[in-house]
Design a protein. Sequence first.
Lengths: 315, 100
Amino acid sequence: MPSFEPVILFFVLGAIAGFVRSDLKIPGVLYESLSIFLLLAIGLKGGVELARYPLLDVALPALAVVVAGALIPLAAFPVLRRVGKLSTADAGSIAAHYGSVSVVTFAVGSSYLARLGEAAEGYMTVFLVLLEFPALMIGVLLARRGERGTPWGQVMHEVFAGKSIVLLLGGLMIGWVAGPGGIAPLDSLFFDLFKGLLAFFLLEMGLVVARRFGDLRRAGAFLVVFAVLMPLAAAGLGLITGMLLELSVGGVTLLATLYASASYIAAPAAMRIAVPQANPALSIGAALGITFPFNLVVGIPLYHRLAQYLHHAGA
Amino acid sequence: MELTTRKLLTIVTEAALEDILVRDIENLGARGYTITDARGKGSRGMRDATWAPHANIRLEVLCDADTADAICTALRERYYDNYSMVMYVGEVVVLRPEKF
């Protein structure tokens, strides 16, 4: 059995197609439909799992995960400012991207674990939802320190009424209310087809990354290094937090994956409105062009190994 | 048939701005507008609409000269520095001037 998740080969195929300038194109409406499906399916799955736990068992770890997660943008910002010599706006925007999470990276991490038969706490999806937005707020605050006139109403609307939160949270609620039995008739659509549709989505992401590769050259050497080291540092924080919360090997791996991942759907939309001076090519180039493939290919298996090692050492 | 001239103001910009722009131009006196998805290339590079952050829109407004002027001035001040945006105004002949 290959040690990586085969579904990422579709990402590789998309990237190759993009590099050779193939006429392959995923229509915009299909991309939209796929992202709606994936967000809803992940939300539902989490909701069904969440129904198995008393809410209080989840609330305290969730609070710890969000507080620890807030360290990521706060630590990234000074590095981007001082070492990277980036403007306040760019540093704040990139910090927000890295503090927030990537739903697709989480999905690939989950299917990596599922393939190895490694169970994870069902409520990890709750962490996914909760980690999505605090970093965006922190990033905006960092980027606009002392500045007046931040369109907060607009920013809040962009974040909380954005499709990621609406669908993830909505799916979570539906799954939680309906429970496993209630969702069972929908299993064949939302759960059985999940991986196939994820493959489609990754094909598209590969195309986008290849077509946007030029952005990386503009990003410069510092950002390329940052885009690899930042997820590793954040994953370290996730491993420690996961161990302190006594999560399973799967849970620790997924928490590390969440912390390591960088948002490239919700964050760009929010930052474009909230921090107009920030150059989106830099943040998207780093988050999508480097960190996303890095986590898919190297990160997830590595975090899993480390989680196994820590559990072994701790036991 | 009576023909009257009006201004056709066309704005090509980032899809991310759609909601804000619509509010702006309505506040500035536009009585209607048409939005279409667009893609193309400009000084800020390729805007190929392959996914949301790289999508463009074309927003067209038929209005009188004063309104067109007010919109152009306000939008240039607010968005030209930080967003991909192109605006141009042409003169067109309309059939029902009271609408615009």
